[in-house]
Design a protein around this ligand. Structure first.
Ligand code: B12
Ligand code: SF4
Ligand code: SF4
Length: 316
């Protein structure tokens, strides 16, 4: 089978099995991860990057369990697409490995679960699926930031896709404003501890603290902890495998609705429909002002703090 045909077939398999977007990057074009990728699969030549979209309704629901459930589903779609594509390539005699979207992940020092073997945002950018947003996430033309990403390392020698020659992020800074932990400062910079404390509220750190409390606290207090909401929440977290308690910088990305509306062929109009009150966070207004590089975004530019816009979907 020719290289082009193999690439087209692999893409189709991924799309038929849960992926909404598929891109290709040669491993030599991801030098930051070459060592890890070669350790995973010594004969690796190419990386197929797959992305599965989120439901916007679920992501923006006031009930967090909806976004959690949708995330479980989006990760499942990534896993299905990656495994099926890997099996297809292997049946063509080309050793291939589906690489986790998130977990299992290397928990040993120095990575300690905070660095993937492959950074999927970077891989997505290199495979031409989108660009980096101010939130540091991969922002795609089709689905904005509301995607999960995974992929397949393969011995197949597949041509990489071109980089996207477009900045999908429109630098509205809505993601930064939406962060309840003030963990984001723009240009992809993140305070990982602040974010981690928020999203993993009932994850590993909670578990560790609970263990310590159960050992150290007096009997009555320990009993109280065992009856508390936290333990129940942690049990559910561990049962479902999903422990995110915040999605704001992803769900509030301005490009999500715009992209999905365009994808389904309906028109989308950017309208300035509400104003934020004066910036409650010191210095934030200044940051916004410095980011106002595109007057066409409709930012009013008033010193009063009326510096943000929201996209209104006119019909669906
Ligand atoms: C560890 C981890 C975290 C950590 C650390 C995040 C981080 N920024 O590194 C914490 C717990 C904080 C976290 C939080 C979240 N995560 Co997380 N996380 C991961 C994980 C497992 C590994 C990331 C990693 O290796 N980081 C280490 C290095 C590579 O990152 P870094 O040092 O910050 O380097 C980056 C910058 O330098 C950036 N960069 C370089 N040049 C430039 C230039 C510009 C202009 C910009 C903007 C950026 C930029 O590029 C590097 C990344 O490519 C990935 C899965 C994976 N394997 O990729 C998911 C992943 C990144 N997480 C994801 C998501 C969605 C989240 C959350 C929204 C939580 C949630 N509800 O799911 C938040 C978002 C926080 C944010 N805005 O970044 C998604 C992102 C999807 C997307 N659209 O991009 C991923 C890819 C999981 C997945 N498979 O879908 N996460
Ligand atoms: S996931 Fe939530 S806490 Fe973390 S950076 Fe995004 S908005 Fe902030
Ligand atoms: S919310 Fe605005 S600034 Fe943030 S990533 Fe999306 S488009 Fe870019």
């Amino acid at each position: 089978m020719g290289q082009n045909q193999l690439k087209a077939d692999a893409k189709n398999i991924a799309l038929e099995n849960g992926a909404d977007l598929v891109g290709f990057v040669r491993v030599s074009d991801l030098p930051e991860h070459l060592e890890d990728m070669t350790r995973i699969l010594p004969t690796a030549q190419s990386l197929v990057v797959v992305a599965a979209r989120h439901s916007l309704g679920a992501m923006t629901s006031a009930v967090n369990q909806m976004a959690q459930f949708d995330t479980i589903h989006a990760y499942d779609e990534c896993a299905r697409a990656a495994h099926r594509t890997a099996r297809f390539l292997e049946s063509a005699g080309l050793p291939s490995v589906a690489v986790p979207a998130f977990i299992p992940i290397d928990m040993e020092n120095p990575k300690r679960g905070m660095r993937g073997e492959i950074c999927w945002r970077r891989a997505g950018v290199r495979a031409g699926l989108g660009s980096y947003g101010e939130n540091g996430l991969l922002v795609t033309r089709e689905f904005g930031a509301a995607i999960r990403i995974s992929g397949i390392l393969t011995s197949a020698d597949l041509e990489g896709d071109p980089l996207l020659d477009k900045d999908v992020c429109d630098h509205c800074m809505r993601c930064i404003e939406a962060c309840p932990a003030e963990a984001l400062t723009g240009e992809g910079k993140i305070n990982k501890k602040r974010c981690g404390d928020r999203i993993f509220e009932y994850g590993f750190r909670f578990f560790k603290d609970l263990m310590a409390d159960l050992i150290q606290k007096p009997e009555a207090e320990a009993q109280e902890l065992l009856r508390g909401h936290g333990l129940r929440e942690m049990w559910q977290t561990f049962m479902t495998g999903n422990y995110y308690y915040c999605f704001k910088c992803q769900s509030q990305c301005h490009t999500n609705q715009k992209s999905q509306a365009q994808t389904c062929g309906h028109s989308f109009q950017r309208t300035q429909i509400f104003y934020y009150p004066p910036c409650p966070i010191a210095g934030r207004g200044k940051l916004w002002a410095s980011k106002r590089s595109k007057p066409s975004l409709g930012l009013t530019g008033q010193r009063t703090g009326t510096w943000s816009t929201m996209a209104a979907r006119t019909h669906w």
